[in-house]
Design a protein around this ligand. Structure first.
Ligand SMILES: Cc1cc2nc3c(=O)[nH]c(=O)nc-3n(C[C@H](O)[C@H](O)[C@H](O)COP(=O)(O)O)c2cc1C
Length: 344
């Protein structure tokens, strides 16, 4: 039995080796950046525990990001990344802030990263990570010099694409060997991560489980909402009219998500009777969620705020320290390998 466990550890280390080497960590586990949640305390705790924390820059202005990076560096000497949203109006400046602070990994999210931003980050010595929502884009990113990819399935919390991780993994993992690929969306157990590593993933990215950790600064109401929720409670936002697109965001159904449907119906009525033109109506729909994530995460208003969460929320059953979450994931993967070896 002891021998078996030892082999399992070696086998798991080999499966994680590429991802761990890329991140410079013990575990090939990235904590997905989460606006308002992924700040100095959570990011440093994850990196100190052997995972890879990522600061969510979100809409922060450059000076605020600079301060957050410095504060995180004061709390850990382990590697961590910074997630930049590609449509941020000061993207180039943010890249320079990361480079000046010697951030090792820059993750571009929220769209196709512009070539000059990729080049600037690489020329400055950072590794570049991008989200690939389809195989053609994955290939294009590899050609443009991206060092690693994240494929995030629609099971994930926050802004999502239309395709599940089950399908993205089959479409992309067998065809991208040039760079490490990390899988994300709906992951909460080590057996699942093991399965994707065996399919060729270099590692995994999790968000929801870390948002509900002890070290997360999210309001206790936010964490309690995660504890109570089942997978089926984490649904994508609903668009009621094809002329007025709604960016799909997965989160817990609450009073806010119900009001959003009524809000869209009211705006639509105003558009139909000529009170609002198309642009104004679209803006009214988009403005509904302004500040809503902060309201839920920081203020604890989980009824009216945006409680972004992945389907993995159903597997959040206690508020654990991040080190324990990482240890659990590893133990579950090892147990699966041991059980398999025992059957053979
Ligand atoms: C509360 C919350 C906020 C998020 N904010 C961001 C963000 O600002 N930028 C980003 O790239 N991804 C964001 N995400 C996605 C995560 O980084 C991660 O990819 C996702 O949570 C993985 O799926 P999981 O929640 O099922 O683990 C967010 C997710 C959650 C739950």
């Amino acid at each position: 039995m002891l021998n078996c466990t030892h082999d399992a550890a070696g086998e798991y280390a080999a499966l994680q080796a590429r991802g761990a080497a890329f991140l410079g960590t013990e575990h090939a586990i990235m904590a997905g950046a989460m606006s308002w949640v992924s700040e100095r305390h959570l990011v440093s705790a994850i990196s100190n525990a052997g995972g890879f924390g990522v600061i969510a820059c979100g809409a922060m202005p450059p000076a605020l990001l600079e301060a957050e990076i410095a504060a995180t560096q004061a709390m850990t000497d382990k590697p961590f990344g910074v997630n930049l949203i590609t449509m941020h109006p000061q993207l180039d400046e943010l890249v320079q802030i990361c480079l000046r602070a010697k951030v090792t990994h820059i993750v571009f999210a929220g769209g196709i990263p512009p070539g000059p931003a990729i080049r600037a980050a690489k020329d400055g010595g950072a590794k570049v990570v991008a989200f690939a929502p389809a195989l053609v884009l994955a290939k294009r990113f590899v050609k443009s010099g991206v060092d690693a990819l994240v494929i995030e399935g629609s099971e994930a919390g926050g802004h999502i694409g239309p395709v599940s991780l089950t399908v993205l993994a089959q479409e992309i993992l067998p065809h991208i060997r040039e760079v490490p690929v990390f899988v994300a969306g709906g992951l909460a157990r080590g057996e699942a991560i093991l399965g994707y590593l065996e399919m060729g993933a270099a590692g995994a990215q999790l968000g929801t489980r870390f948002a509900a950790s002890v070290e997360s600064i999210a309001h206790p109401n936010f964490k309690q909402a995660f504890l109570k929720a089942n997978a089926r409670d984490a649904l994508p936002s609903v668009q009621i009219d094809e002329r007025f697109p709604v960016i799909p965001v997965r989160g817990l159904v609450n009073e806010g998500t119900k009001r959003f449907m009524r809000h869209q119906a009211e705006v639509l009525k105003k558009f139909q009777n000529g009170e609002l033109d198309k642009n104004a109506a679209q803006l009214e729909i988009e403005h509904f969620w302004a500040g809503a994530l902060r309201r839920a995460v920081i203020d604890g208003d989980v009824e009216n705020g945006s409680v972004m969460a992945g389907q993995s929320v159903g597997m959040v059953t206690s508020i654990q320290p991040v080190a324990e979450i990482l240890a659990d994931l590893r133990a579950q993967a090892l147990a699966a390998l041991v059980a398999r070896a025992a059957k053979a």
